[in-house]
Design a protein around this ligand. Structure first.
Ligand code: SAM
Length: 340
């Protein structure tokens, strides 16, 4: 690329970032162009997942790039001739380094556990419909099973586990996997939605999973029997930073005292500034992040999460934090005006 092309590209990136008010800035536009160029053609949803930005945000950038004649809609999204001239992407001439077995995710469901996946799909077919006012958005059954397998990899599957909010049916995946592996351990859920409470109880009773399902609004502190009695917690909180803070705080209060208790937190990918807040929020709760697996969780139709979220594994430290008082502030995406 010559100097003039470089300058044209830099201007274009900053114009599009400004026109779309893109929180990821010029680098976000560059990433979008580069992913489209490398892929040849791909759908808007796949693009959003690859760059980990919400679908409506990527759609806005696409519109601006189309206006400038850089994108075509052949077989999905593709660079136009002008786009190819300007962007100069390396078009998959060299093989990529993503693992072909797991497509770069670093995690596969072994064949031996496929029957659990079929069973989980049957269970998910009877799950109540999404209630968006509670920021529900169902994770795929594969995701629930991957979470259970990840707990096992993290030596947490047979520990006393609390799930905070469970429209994803993670507790059922844990029940299935424990049964197959002959593992035991306390398993509890705290959930606000009475339909889910009934669904989880029904399946747990039918399968003999012995899951304690507690109807509870996490805006209130946890009830006594759930405080300080678990080895680990797992949560997929509301998409807001307030939701993250509240659910992680409640999860922390459920753990036994001591360092090294594990927290499994599923949270959507954020803009750079918000990502800093995510890490700070977890750290302020007295937890140290030990692993972050991008795009670990996949959701049905969650446009705002680009259909994926990260799995963050954190542990308690010697920095203890008192649990929050009752919380009455904004919590759900609908309570907020920002791009959540
Ligand atoms: C907040 S939703 C979000 C999870 C979703 N799978 C996603 O895409 O991120 C997770 C679970 O938390 C539950 N939930 C929401 N608000 C709650 C509250 N105040 N107390 C307890 N559970 C709550 C929901 O009913 C749901 O089962």
């Amino acid at each position: 690329m010559n100097r003039k092309q470089n300058k044209d590209l830099a201007t274009l990136l900053s114009d599009v970032a400004a026109a779309t008010d893109l929180r990821e800035g010029e680098e976000g536009v560059r990433a979008i162009l580069s992913v489209v160029g490398r892929a040849g053609a791909l759908s808007l949803r796949d693009l959003a997942r690859r760059v980990r930005m919400p679908v409506p945000v990527v759609a806005a950038v696409r519109r601006e790039l189309e206006k400038r004649g850089l994108l075509d809609r052949r077989g999905g999204l593709a660079l136009s001739g002008k786009g190819l001239d300007l962007v100069d992407v390396e078009m998959d001439a060299a093989p990529g380094c993503r693992c072909p077995a797991c497509d770069g995710e670093g995690f596969v469901i072994p064949e031996a556990f496929s029957p659990l996946l079929y069973r989980l799909r049957e269970m998910a077919a009877d799950r109540p419909a999404v209630d968006v006012t509670l920021d529900q958005s169902h994770a795929a059954p594969e995701t629930a099973l991957r979470r259970a397998l990840y707990l096992r990899e993290s030596e947490a599957l047979d520990r006393d586990l609390l799930v905070l909010g469970d429209d994803d049916l993670t507790s059922l995946a844990v029940g299935l996997l424990r049964r197959q592996l002959h593992l035991k351990g306390r398993l509890a859920v705290a959930e606000i939605d009475p339909r889910l409470v009934a669904c989880l109880r029904r399946v747990s009773d039918a399968e003999g999973f012995d899951i304690e399902v507690h109807p509870h609004d996490l805006r209130a502190p946890l009830p006594g029997p759930l405080i300080g009695t678990f080895d680990a917690f797992l949560t997929d909180p509301p998409y807001t930073l307030e939701g993250l803070r509240l659910f992680v705080s409640r999860g922390g209060s459920a753990l036994r005292p001591g360092v090294g208790r594990q927290a499994f937190i599923c949270f959507g990918h954020r803009s750079p500034d918000e990502q800093r807040e995510v890490v700070r929020t977890i750290s302020d709760a007295g937890l140290g992040i030990v692993e972050m697996r991008p795009a670990f969780n996949r959701y049905d139709g969650a446009q705002l999460l680009a259909g994926v979220s990260a799995m963050i594994r954190a542990v308690t430290t010697s920095h203890t934090v008192p649990p929050e008082d009752p919380y009455n502030g904004p919590l759900y995406t609908a309570d907020k005006n920002s791009r959540q």
